[in-house]
Design a protein around this ligand. Sequence first.
Ligand code: ARG
Length: 578
Amino acid sequence: MKIREFLSGRVRAAMTAAGLPEELPPMVAPSKGPQFGDYQANCAMGAAKRLKANPRELAAKIVDALELGGVAEKLEIAGPGFINIHLDPTWLGRQVEETVVAASGLLDPAPEKQTVVVDYSSPNLAKEMHVGHLRSTIIGDALARVLEAQEHDVIRQNHVGDWGTQFGMLITHLEDRREETDAAVALSDLEQFYRESKQRFDEEEGFADRARANVVKLQSGDPHCTALWQQFIDISVAHSEEIYQKLNVTLSHKDIKAESAYNEDLPGIVESLQQQDLAVEDLGAQAVFLDELADKKGNVTPIIVQKSGGGYLYATTDLAAVRHRCHDLHADRVLYFIDARQSLHMKQVFALSRRAGFATEHCSLEHHPFGTMMGEDGKPFKTRSGGTVKLSELLDEAVERAARLLQEKGSDLSADKQAEVARKIGIGAVKYADLAKTRTNDYIFSWEAMLSFEGNTAPYLQYAYTRIQSIFAKAGVDPTELAGDIRLEAEQEKALALKLLQFNETVDLVAAEAYPHLLCNYLYELASLYMKFYEACPILRSDVEPLQRESRLLLCQAVARTLAQGLDLLGIEVMERM
Ligand code: ARG
């Protein structure tokens, strides 16, 4: 049930009945406070201006024609012509029962099914995944989950970097190391391996030349170099998959569409650009100058699509990827979750894809950038000694910290259970702390803040969920077998019901704008309203009548289901007890 959509339809019909032009919007929104009703329709003022009429009179006409019998208990006209809609608690209770408690799924499928490609995570395989990959991986995964839950066709694309000159250096080092040990051992620490290779490349006589020669061989399909490269890639991919599993991220190896997968398409991309007179020679390279990318002074930064030596670039591969996604995968939308520092690159790729026809006209290409994760000193997050923080170590630390916290709080769970709960809390905390921040801003990474059981954190929401489960346990009821009616009497009950019914609208917004923090805010508000309800409305106390007790248990169940599903959309797990 989407109340706003439903009311908008009714208000618009009333506007028609009152003779107002079709193009005027009903302007229905949740009210700013309970004194203004639950929803407001603010259409009368705009309409009055257009028609040079009195807004309060227009509002009265709309209210007269408004068919909300059984839905609203009261309609009022306030101020210059606001229409305040007070919803009927019986109707609200029934909506919660039908669409939150009894429905098999809480989310309505999208009215129009789309094919959506989500490009996320996409680490460079030359190195181990580090904190810089966290944001793309978890924000992208949340969006993939949201869109899938709305029954869109979601195609995950992990555009991993597995090509380019660095790999010449890496396979040359691997070639040497393999003489003493096997590849798995040599590559057990990718970071270390990368450092050694780089040092040899910079310092060792003859190494750089061998590395360069090996890149050329690799690019021309030499079997020996290809085998070395493949070994390296396989181990690096396995490492990423381990991280995805730890992180509860839905990516698997079948979602990998690596940069190298586009190798054969690159000459055709450049050729096509030349044929369309888009690419021109510039200092021996192939470059495209697009007027629409000019700065204020009229200067255009060229997009280089082929280097003077014949090599292709990051942008060339991305053009091939757009073409594949639009023409082979038939995407209606392509979402890119990449650092804000690549904004110009994406702008160039999108503009050129449109001009060259690599993008289909109807396809929406969207770069959803994000800011940087900062340390508590306000500088980009680093280890104490100033190195990059490995993602696997960060996640292990999160789980360890959560385990310690559980011990301090005196959890009475078995050791196994405690370990499982610690994992869910630790990983959930890291993910939620990131997802809850407005994506486009930088944010400060703080263990204390993210693991707190108070405030807008994963542990707070997980705790709210377990509290509800413990009520069911205490009452000795199976929440899926509750029967009866939801009767909203206290104001806290009504506020909670209203919030529950706004879940779908919130998820719609997240899907449209790719802002997971909107869902986090929603869940936090829901949990906070639940706590208020819990304090004001006794459930299991002996003086609570059976019908009221049943009704309140049903509300608890509606909240629990919404919290669990909302967190699941963010890739965060709940537990029965903690
Ligand atoms: N591998 C790139 C990096 O680490 C990110 C790739 C993002 N996706 C893309 N289609 N360009 O910076």
